[in-house]
Design a protein around this ligand. Structure first.
Ligand SMILES: *Cc1c(COP(=O)(O)O)cnc(C)c1O
Length: 392
């Protein structure tokens, strides 16, 4: 009989019942070192005391009102993000895919409101991931995501990231926007070189096309800046955020410049839950903690240490690992054996990592992880690799 929970995931056998910082504790009391972070979600670790308090306090006050009314916590969060980013305005959602849906709708609406409804095509890149709704799987375009779910949403042109000629050729007056992840996450932790992001920005400036960044995985301090695009010096017109911003409370946002949001007037978009008082109370506290120069410098410092240790790990297990790449505490270790085997061998050492595209294992620890915990994680990975070598 089909499981009560629809079997869309092949799940590992652990069942976690408690979290503490970078640790997850299962039903049998086993303590796993969590380098997956619920896929880059628990940026401040599990059960962060300040966040627990904010959530509890808000839970006793007010959970939900409709967006038919002002939501003070939502306005406070929007002001904070406006202060900290390129954005003038934003729409709150419950998830990353919804933030991307808003971005796609906004880019189309921008041109139609300008009297150019024919300018509605959006360029995306191979290996990208933007969520699991019909529009966002159509955007990413890979067979793995779209198989069996057609007809897809029209108007996406999927190009090879490094293929500048194809890009120039595709760039005509039907293009509304580009959508790109500054660091591809699901695709296998592949940073887009700064020069490419700058080149895309220049192309947008020349043609008027909007630059949409998907920072759902790479944003919120993950790379050592509040948002990954800050490393390149360019700013987008629209940006999708989610994952880390709620630290596990479902929250996303679609940020935009005033110009890009020009078509988004009353009645054009909506959400029942998006930006409700509980979510925004937590989101505000997360932004306060992450958008702090000392905190972000620490992320960068720890990332450097981890990277160094991982280079050593790869060198000492050349049969298992191929290379390390990524940005900040968003790291991919490309494997020579199936990445699922490495993740499973990690489980045996009570270490959690996440598989990704291009046969990588992803390390997406809490940004609050300690140096000792990072050292412990690499030691456990070392043991996992040794166990794989001995088994082969
Ligand atoms: C996770 C992710 C999404 C989708 O977010 P959901 O909250 O699962 O809808 C979109 N884009 C990127 C880059 C992601 O990592």
């Amino acid at each position: 009989m089909i499981p009560a929970v629809m079997p869309t995931y092949s799940r590992a056998k652990m069942s976690f019942v408690k979290g503490e910082g970078s640790w997850l504790i299962d039903e049998d009391g086993r303590r796993f070192l969590d380098l997956g972070g619920g896929i880059a979600v628990t940026a401040l670790g599990h059960a962060h005391p300040a966040l627990v308090k904010v959530l509890q306090d808000q839970a006793g006050q007010l959970w939900h009102t409709s967006n038919l009314y002002n939501i003070p916590a939502q306005q406070a969060l929007a002001e904070k993000l406006r202060e900290a980013t390129f954005a003038d305005t934003m729409f709150f959602t419950n998830s990353g895919a919804e933030a991307m849906e808003c971005a796609i709708k906004m880019a189309r609406k921008y041109w139609s409101a300008k009297g150019h409804p024919e300018r509605n095509k959006i360029i995306t890149f191979t290996g990208s991931f933007h969520g699991r709704t019909i529009a966002t799987i159509s955007a990413a375009g890979s067979e793995k995501l779209t198989d069996g779910f057609g007809p897809l949403v029209e108007g996406f042109i999927n190009l090879e990231a490094g293929d500048h000629d194809a890009l120039r050729e595709a760039m005509d007056d039907t293009i509304a926007a580009f959508v790109v992840e500054p660091v591809q996450g699901e695709g296998g932790i592949i940073p887009l070189p700064d020069a490419c992001l700058k080149g895309l920005r220049d192309m947008c400036d020349e043609t008027g096309a909007l630059m949409v960044l998907d920072e759902i995985q790479c944003g919120m301090g993950r790379t050592g800046k509040l948002f990954a695009h800050e490393w390149s010096g360019v700013t987008p017109d629209i940006m999708a955020v989610a994952k880390g911003i709620g630290n596990g409370f479902p929250l996303g946002a679609c940020l935009a410049t005033e110009e890009a949001a020009a078509g988004m007037v009353a009645g054009s978009h909506g959400s029942t839950y998006g930006g409700n008082p509980l979510a925004c109370a937590v989101g505000s506290a997360v932004v306060d903690l992450v958008n702090d120069a000392t905190f972000l410098t620490e992320v960068g410092r720890k990332a450097g240490l981890l990277r160094q240790k991982l280079e050593g790990l790869v060198a000492s297990h050349p049969e298992i690992f191929e290379l390390v790449r990524g940005s900040g505490l968003m790291i991919g270790v490309k494997c020579k054996v199936p990445n699922g085997d490495v993740v499973a061998a990690g489980y045996d050492q009570e270490l959690l990592t996440v598989p990704g595209g291009d046969n990588v294992i992803r390390l997406l620890p809490a940004l609050t992880i300690s140096e000792e915990e990072l050292a412990e994680a690499v030691e456990r990975l070392d043991k996992a690799a040794t166990a794989l070598e001995e088994a082969s």
